[in-house]
Design a protein around this ligand. Sequence first.
Ligand SMILES: Nc1nc2c(c(=O)[nH]1)N[C@H]1C(S)=C(S)[C@@H](COP(=O)(O)OP(=O)(O)OC[C@H]3O[C@@H](n4cnc5c(=O)[nH]c(N)nc54)[C@H](O)[C@@H]3O)O[C@H]1N2
Ligand SMILES: Nc1nc2c(c(=O)[nH]1)N[C@H]1C(S)=C(S)[C@@H](COP(=O)(O)OP(=O)(O)OC[C@H]3O[C@@H](n4cnc5c(=O)[nH]c(N)nc54)[C@H](O)[C@@H]3O)O[C@H]1N2
Ligand SMILES: [Mo]
Length: 830
Amino acid sequence: MNFQKISSSRRRFIQGVMATGALSAISSGPLISRAWAAETNPEQWVQSGCHFGAFEAKVVNGEWTDTRSFKHDKFPCDMLKAVREIVYNPSRVRYPMIRLDWLLKREKSDRSQRGDNRFVRVTWDQALDLFWQELERVQKQYGSSGVFTGFADWQMVGKLHKAGGAIDRALSMHGSYVTTVGDYSAAAAQVVLPHVIGSLEVYEQQTSLPLVIENTNIIILWGCDPIKNLQIEYLVPDHEPFGYWQQIKEKVTQGKMRVISIDPVRSKTQNYLGCEQLALNPQTDVALMLGLAHTLYSEKLHDEAFIKEYSVGFEQFLPYLTGETDKQPKDANWAEAICGISAEEIRELARQLVKGRTQFMGGWCVQRMHHGEQYPWMLVVLATMVGQIGLPGGGIGFGWHYNGGGTITSKGPVLSGLGGLNNPPKAVHAANFRGASPHIPVSRMVDCLLSPGKKLAFNGETLTFPDIKMAIFTAANPFHAQQDRNRMIEAWKKLETIIVLDHQWTASCRFADIVLPVTTRYERNDIEQFGTHSNKGLLAIRQVVKPQFEARHDFDIFTELCKRFNQNETYSEKQTEMQWIRRLYDEGRKQGQETGITMPDFDTFWNGEGYIEYPTGTPWVRHGEFRESPDLNPLGTPSGLIEIYSKTIAGFGYQDCPGHPVWLEPFERSHTGKQAESYPLHLQSCHPDKRLHSQICSSDNYRQTYAVNGREPLYINPTDAKVRGLKNGDIARVFNARGQVLAGVVISEDYAPGVIRIHEGAWYSPQEGGKAGTLCTYGDPNVLSADIGTSQLAQGPSAHTAIVQVERYQGVIPAVTGFGGPQLVQGTHA
Ligand SMILES: Nc1nc2c(c(=O)[nH]1)N[C@H]1C(S)=C(S)[C@@H](COP(=O)(O)OP(=O)(O)OC[C@H]3O[C@@H](n4cnc5c(=O)[nH]c(N)nc54)[C@H](O)[C@@H]3O)O[C@H]1N2
Ligand SMILES: Nc1nc2c(c(=O)[nH]1)N[C@H]1C(S)=C(S)[C@@H](COP(=O)(O)OP(=O)(O)OC[C@H]3O[C@@H](n4cnc5c(=O)[nH]c(N)nc54)[C@H](O)[C@@H]3O)O[C@H]1N2
Ligand SMILES: [Mo]
């Protein structure tokens, strides 16, 4: 591959032409950072960090040439190989761009042209004038309900350069706007678990892994793949959990601990640990859990004393479990018919659960399904019946695969970051939502666009969908994240104006009207925690290379936008980038002093090693305080106890989410479920081993390390492949009534018959840009997923309720369309 050579020489050429084009509103300040010194220093290693870990970049004459992992990271992640390419790849957003027809006709543009990728390059001033004029027009014409900001939060790391903080701070000085509640990650669990166990659970620290290693006899990984998913964190990972998982692996090998993965697929974690598996049918977890609960109850193995002291509502749940209410006992035989695990295995597992110390580790994929609320709720009920919640190495947690769950949290200060203003000025436009809801559940966005004014039940509220006319996306790629691409393409036509801020030319950019180029993390200075839950230390994140092309920091873009309504100085507080970083550091240092933690002064930190490690904390047990004293440390539920039956939820009267957990058929299911005949395969769209969602998919060289024939891999069982005449490396067409994609076949015994996988985040690459129903040439699984809320309770995404058919692709194989920049149209300025 010599693309690197080509692109880097082209880059130098363009940089030469644009010598002063990349001016940012914030200068580097009076401090000379190592990164700025790079200009004069012909060769050096610069420390930086990202969601994949901390690292050092080799910079030669201002160009990033090599990457090595951070010396304090003992388990560096492979994806670091892809980060350099994020700066230098053909899909980089280079200049402010406006969609051709929008530039000519603004809000009256032909919206069916969205996706054809024809754009005109404009100056920053033109682009920001248009952005501001649109905000003004929409606020005046439609009020607050006309403007929507959706960001899914996977902005780059850094306390200062937070894309979400940057947009909120600016837009809230201009007016109000429709926002989102919940996220794609754990929407169902986030809504149901506070009713059941009093907190979100998903984003919280877990029992310290050393206590698990010491005390646990059986770990149940319930749809949970920590070895794959712990590679990335929301902040900079320290990858400490991998050391603990290595110890767990040793115990498994020595037969001193059992780990059972309940998963239709042999996960990366299972393969790493060499552990056991129960390969249940997809989407049938609640049936299996009920079978386990029924066995515990009928064999009198459940912990009656624990249930009595720490929970409410077992008596309301029991008649359902025993079949008193519906003549159907939810026993192991009943469960077998649904989940495919033999009744004997179910009974045996139930007995094992109470033999020693059992730690349930619940992942999130199973709640990203239709009726996704039932799985976390029923898992809490099962753990309650086992009776070990709050014991070291026992009980339940839903965050073991995320943000370094199970590390020991340090005693160090947690630095704040860019946020709202303390005393914000009066907004230019007063809030006026015209009777509509100011927020919508994030994955209901397309429903909202298609049916403004419609009512939506959500967690006991009734929301009215606002009539959104203008959407602004920053640090989000809705053309990856959102389900049912073809329905979404139609819904997008309802929007008069779409603005996207990104550094990669994603499908969301192709479907936008105004695209603004932002800098990557590696073109900014910042500070960030090393370890999200562990907060192990503090890391200087230094600028590796200067902003490329005309990219600007999110912060600077919004400072400039605020200039249009005279609030730029309020916005920036007249602080430069380095002044901000110093301020955030000094606040943390002060916080540290109050708790006896000594940190060097800022200059020593920044100009020195740029890394400090905090004193370690002490091991901790999740729900331990509650178990010790439920009266003094009640849960956040109405009763203060675990709610097996929730009066609150029962009171909402939702048929699709009654007062205690139940087995409910999803709207479609493989393995003898509904509609399995026409589309017999279950499609998993799990989180990728080699990406963070859609991020780094545009790193061309790295993508080639996993792509098959240039397409996203489709993992399939040998039997399913054979009956379809598929071989490794073939290009297959995957389809259902919602859409069709091409993908590259990988035959693997890891996949159970009837279960296939295409990882989420594969870039949407329409054969005919903008046309609903067209073939996706690369393999975006959200062309095939359904856009239906989990239930009236949480209205979360049901991405993993998807069945499909696969066939060998016949005919001329089309080129992949999704990568690279826009098609430049010249000289058509309105
Ligand atoms: N490498 C990497 N790590 C990541 C991310 C990433 O993009 N890349 N994203 C991060 C984010 S934002 C999130 S939200 C989390 C996501 O965390 P999760 O949603 O927990 O992760 P997934 O990998 O999608 O799925 C976990 C496991 O669920 C299993 N599973 C699928 N269907 C079923 C089923 O019907 N029953 C059972 N029992 N198991 C099933 C899958 O086979 C898989 O092994 O990961 C985080 N970590
Ligand atoms: N089928 C299916 N779909 C899913 C899921 C699934 O399991 N299956 N999982 C869902 C989950 S859990 C999640 S969290 C979502 C993730 O959905 P998203 O958060 O939309 O996914 P990302 O690919 O991380 O998109 C982030 C975008 O922000 C850009 N970006 C990064 N840093 C910055 C920055 O500092 N400034 C600006 N302006 N832009 C930046 C990146 O280049 C990228 O294009 O996807 C969801 N979609
Ligand atoms: Mo997520």
